[in-house]
Design a protein around this ligand. Sequence first.
Ligand SMILES: Cc1cc2nc3c(=O)[nH]c(=O)nc-3n(C[C@H](O)[C@H](O)[C@H](O)COP(=O)(O)OP(=O)(O)OC[C@H]3O[C@@H](n4cnc5c(N)ncnc54)[C@H](O)[C@@H]3O)c2cc1C
Length: 114
Amino acid sequence: MDSNFDSYKISKKVMDLSLKNGVKFLPNTEVLKFEIENDKITNILTNNGRLDFDKIIIACGIDTKEMLAKLSIKIPLMPIKGYSITVKIPPSNIPLKYNVCDDKSKVYVTRLGD
Ligand SMILES: Cc1cc2nc3c(=O)[nH]c(=O)nc-3n(C[C@H](O)[C@H](O)[C@H](O)COP(=O)(O)OP(=O)(O)OC[C@H]3O[C@@H](n4cnc5c(N)ncnc54)[C@H](O)[C@@H]3O)c2cc1C
């Protein structure tokens, strides 16, 4: 089943729960380089200095490919082109009750807000 949700609200909730559980967020901190010794990452260099770490998870969205390339790892990651428009439903039209997906032509229609 397809569905939609308020991505800001869910992201905020995940962030609040993470903070409560001891996760540290480092905004405006860009990973620039990994220092490697004997095939192991020894340091993460950022625009705000070096970072301590136990384990690393690389989750840079579309930039993951570039980040992994710094470690000489190649992955076949490609963004998919897409376009979206948002239009107001005129009062004379009945708003959609369910999402509409046409996989063959790759067109998806969903109701946002009221
Ligand atoms: C216009 C648009 C509309 C979309 N609409 C939808 C939708 O309606 N529904 C849906 O399911 N998906 C949608 N998507 C796709 C969705 O946003 C992505 O699939 C999702 O955000 C991927 O999450 P992620 O955590 O893997 O990566 P991202 O959300 O891209 O997060 C990666 C993070 O890594 C950070 N980063 C990158 N490089 C570095 C670095 N060197 N150092 C430090 N940080 C770095 C970036 O700043 C970013 O914060 C949309 C995408 C776009 C662009």
